[in-house]
Write a protein that binds this ligand. Sequence first.
Ligand SMILES: [Fe+2]
Length: 518
Amino acid sequence: MNRRSFLTAAAAGLLTQAGALTTPTSPAGASASLAAAGSLALKGDPFTLGVASGDPSTDGFVLWTRLALDPLGGDGRGGMPSRDVDVDWQIAADERFGSVVRSGTATARAGAAHSVHVEVDGLEPGREYFYRFRSQGRLSPAGRTRTAPAGERSLAFAVAACAHYEHGYYTAYRRLAEEEPELVVFLGDYMYEYGPSGYTALAGRVRTHTPGKCATLADYRLRHAQYKSDPDLQLAHATAPWLVAFDDHEIENNWAGSVSSTGAPGFAGRRAHAFRAYYENMPLRRASLQGAVLRVNRRVSWGPLARFHLLDTRQFRDDQACLDGVRAGCDDRLDSGRTLLGPDQWSWLESGLRGSTARWNLLGQQIMMTQRDYKVGPGREVNLDSWDGYAPERTRLLGSLAATSNPVVLTGDAHMHHLADLKTDFDDPDAPVIAKELIASSIASDGDGYRDKAWIAEALSENPHISFIDQRRGYLMARLTPDELSVDYRTLDYISRRGARARTAHRVTIPSTAQARA
Ligand SMILES: [Fe+2]
């Protein structure tokens, strides 16, 4: 079976069927747990939310699933009983599971919404693996994942963000999966907290959120289950390991640290519920759970070729200056005492950049880093929720990036593709370019895209350091080698109907400058 037929088979659920008939090797403990399942049998398929993997190392990764017989059952527990359930897992070297290399049994705890996170180690570097789960006599769909390489080689990876479920179908996730990236970097707004039509797109909605704005643990669990029920999203997860980090909407629009943007009381509790549900639904390692903190800033290395530095630009930031929004004349944003990353994450990033021996250093982060003037003509209006609201820290960060081998910044949030030059002085045309910022448009947020050439021309002329903008939905498809990073800006013409093709609207090739720096 070649890669393409693995995808087709995974989509059709054929691997589940074939595996059930021909399972060549019983996972350890399978007979005991399957026997126990006889007396406690659940009715139906518990694998309705799919499977996922994430955070590859040279010898492993984390595998994820969450059992739910009835994903949209009203209490957020997916129609599951209030007892723990055993889940067997297998990792194979081949897609037919003829050569199972690791297996075990994990417990899907009722207190964790029957989610399973299995951290696997001891595997070979730089190769593809296949995995699946079994519980209650049922097999999950199979997923494909991989370990990071130990030596230098290439990497094909996708970058995506912002997938509002009501705004359109997830065709972009399907197209991304069909390109078979080795890694997917997801930069936030995986789900949105709004109730039905709480945030509308111009083209209206194609489907409807679960009731109410998310506030309770049950609300967040239910909303994640709704998103995870989407077959295109499931396919994208089953195709490659993901690196995920949240932005604002996984919790609440434009929150900052311990502050709600609405000023409503009880934000600490809401944030705790949202964090818990996020962990339960994502292929994150247990190390992310740090008491009240959900730690998603972390580093993932791809041999000597690349190091991903994933940032958290929400949890540790100071509140937005000047009451947030897109505004002119906010001097507070220039206060050098204000922080976006927080002191601990700042030191972690600084030392990680300084100590990196990787050829490419890729920052995965949520909000626009480049200066962006939204006012046409004289004067300047900036988005105080983005790095423009924390300008001195941006200048310091660019200073650190300048001393790093091949820095590139990957960004989400904007719901439009952008390509920008990052400079310590954006107003000086002669200031050196320190890094490129590649901003991925949205998978679905804001619905059917468009391409307003007059508006784009104005935006580019106001911001000469930005060279490309596209308002259509899409994702980035990147190919990295020691010598260059080549990135296709992929776009879809519509998402209000299924079936749009993905096409390349723009391509940028960034040559390595590591030789010159050495
Ligand atoms: Fe978004």
